[in-house]
Design a binder for this molecule. Structure first.
Ligand SMILES: [Zn+2]
Length: 245
């Protein structure tokens, strides 16, 4: 009974994290050399997703657009609708023309299959029509750092503009993660590049909404009807940019 519960937990965790990892674990349960079979089965399912998903996988390497870390690719979190993939490519290309050498980094997109299955912890990333981008960062003396973020996975390095006024609420996803903030390097936001990317995304007719924390948008001098506050229940958006079709 305990064993069944334990495997159930593993299958659930792998499914929530990677969509296909739980299936690979179920396959591995039929074999003695479980870990190796799991890795082989996962590699097979990964390749199957890559070749048959109705969504498009964003590039894991290269320029001017790539996932912030190959980990996003390994976990199947880099899939978006073909139209959104073009939006991201076009924005990254224009950024590299305006600011030569700029590398635009994408964060969580969506899973390869199944509309309606959210990419935890992003409840809205459930149909391939949502994508997050990392901010651009610079050295303390203002030199742009190509392809680098402030935190290891691009999320959770909050800009300390005064936060949007939200009531204290235990249901909120507005994590503060204060312990993490003190560990992160001093790497200021590259304001001109970040503002230019948001402006370009707002000008793209295929994009319907962009979430940026309002005080940060104000600090970057941005104002556009598509640039919105995501609400107090959702995660903070002063560490990344969220767009949707
Ligand atoms: Zn998002």
């Amino acid at each position: 009974m305990m064993r069944i519960a334990r495997h159930g937990m593993v299958i659930l965790a792998l499914t929530l994290l990677t969509q296909l990892g739980g299936i690979a674990w179920i396959i591995a349960l039929f074999f003695r050399r479980r870990l190796i079979v799991f890795l082989l089965a996962y590699a097979g399912l990964w390749t199957l997703a890559y070749t048959t998903s109705p969504r498009r996988a964003l590039p894991c390497f290269g320029e001017p657009l790539r996932m912030q870390s190959p980990l996003y690719c390994a976990l199947n979190r880099h899939y978006v609708a073909p139209e959104l993939a073009s939006v991201a490519q076009d924005a990254a290309t224009r950024m590299a023309i305006t600011f030569p050498g700029t590398i635009t980094l994408a964060l969580d997109g969506g899973f390869p299959f199944m509309d309606g299955m959210p990419l935890i912890p992003h409840l809205s990333h459930d149909d391939g029509e949502k994508l997050d981008f990392a901010f651009y960062y610079a050295t303390p003396d203002g030199r742009y750092l190509p392809g680098q973020t402030r935190s290891p996975l691009g999320y959770f390095a909050f800009e300390n503009t005064p936060p949007e006024n939200c009531p204290a609420n235990s249901l909120t996803l507005r994590w503060q993660l204060s312990w993490l903030q003190t560990l992160l390097p001093n790497r200021p936001l590259d304001g001109p590049r970040t503002a230019a990317l948001i402006t370009q995304l707002a000008a793209d007719p295929r994009v319907s909404k962009i979430f940026v924390e309002p005080p940060l948008a104000a600090r970057l001098g941005l104002s556009h009807p598509k640039i919105r506050f995501q609400g107090c229940r959702a995660a903070r958006h002063d560490d990344h940019i969220h767009i949707q079709l």
